[in-house]
Design a protein around this ligand. Structure first.
Ligand SMILES: Nc1ncnc2c1ncn2[C@@H]1O[C@H](COP(=O)(O)OP(=O)(O)OP(=O)(O)O)[C@@H](O)[C@H]1O
Ligand SMILES: [Mg+2]
Length: 324
């Protein structure tokens, strides 16, 4: 299912120029976040731990986006950190006291297993919600983290991509399902599969925001234009409120010049939508899912945990939680 992420064979000294020929610039977007920040520095020095120092916090608090927020985590490239970001951002938002639901919309089910939900032989999963109108609340499971809940996926969701084609109201299935539970949550994060098929369209149609994780590696920006065009198509035809609100640079390796160059290019293109925090590449982040835990419980003081906590603060800045 995964598309390959073409990052192999790159020597640390390779510094090709990175272009986004097909990515429309989003910098003119007058979203509340884009409008209220001062410009971020384009490049920042890497701290000894490998993560560029966060820029100083803005002096005036930003107006928060109203809760609840429904955020689709999408990038049709495979293996770029969608699930890792969904799981760990979700856990960190929950730790901040926000009631958070992670919806696993990927038949691979990695967000489910990464949060300790055994998704084999589930009676109800996102497949049943999407294809058989089972209420979303019937498939939601609590996770081991307080305030964090999961709507798990199982392999049969792969069939939904095809079964949906002739289905009535096929793009609206997830949106309707989420509407019925929205009062229960502050944040709903949707982990999209690595494709631009009907499942991802359902995710984009159900959300008001898109969060795009971008790997700090060669070819990272390839295909981004296609994603942005699809977001635009969904916005124009189905969901006028949709916007790309957040870009998170992930898998940052301070040993490569290229990583800095990618962060630089991403900031050039997307301006204030890019999180100031950059998530480092760390072994602990890649180990945590096999223990069914987010990084904040698996290794609470690790660099990955620190980074995702910062990302959660940035994403939720100005929002007042509705739950305790
Ligand atoms: N910051 C990181 N440091 C080290 N490893 C990471 C990091 N982020 C993600 N990984 C690892 O990289 C791999 C791909 O990450 P992840 O599954 O989150 O990507 P994805 O975009 O959801 O993939 P897919 O497109 O297949 O759904 C996983 O093995 C994950 O553990
Ligand atoms: Mg994934």
């Amino acid at each position: 299912m995964s598309m390959s992420s073409s990052s192999d064979g790159l020597s640390p000294d390779t510094t090709p120029s990175i272009v986004v020929p097909d990515a429309p610039s989003l910098r003119t977007d007058a979203s509340p976040v884009a409008a209220s920040h001062t410009p971020a520095p384009v490049t920042r020095a890497a701290a000894p731990g490998g993560v560029p120092d966060p820029a100083p916090a803005a002096e005036t608090p930003l107006p928060g986006r109203p809760l609840p927020r429904v955020i689709a985590v999408a990038n049709q490239k495979g293996g770029v950190g969608k699930t890792t970001t969904t799981v760990n951002l979700g856990a960190c938002l929950a730790e901040l006291g926000f009631r958070t639901l992670v919806i696993d919309l990927d038949p691979q089910g990695n967000a489910s297993t990464g949060l300790g939900i055994e998704n084999r032989g589930l009676d109800t999963s996102m497949y049943h919600v999407i294809m058989h109108d089972v209420p979303l609340e019937d498939c939601v499971e609590p996770s081991a983290v307080k305030n964090l809940f999961v709507a798990p996926a199982s392999l049969d969701l792969a069939g939904a991509e095809i079964e949906l084609v002739p289905a009535f109201s096929r793009e609206n299935r997830l949106r309707r399902a989420i509407e019925s539970v929205l009062d229960d949550y502050d944040y709903v994060l949707i982990d999209c599969p690595p494709s631009l098929g009907l499942l991802t369209v359902n995710g984009l149609n159900a959300a008001t925001e898109v969060l795009v994780p971008i790997q700090c590696e060669y070819y990272a920006l390839e295909g981004l234009g296609q994603l942005l065009r699809n977001v635009d198509l969904v916005k124009r035809n189905l969901n006028p409120r949709l916007e790309v609100s957040t870009i998170v640079c992930v898998m940052y390796d301070a040993r490569t010049k290229l990583a800095d160059q990618v962060v630089h290019e991403v900031r050039e293109h997307f301006g204030e939508k890019v999180c100031r925090t950059v998530v480092p590449r760390t072994v602990r982040l890649s180990e945590a899912p096999s223990f069914g835990q987010p990084i904040i419980t698996f290794d609470p003081t690790s660099r990955g945990a620190v980074a995702y906590r910062e990302v959660a603060k940035e994403v939720s800045r100005g929002s007042t939680r509705r739950s305790g």
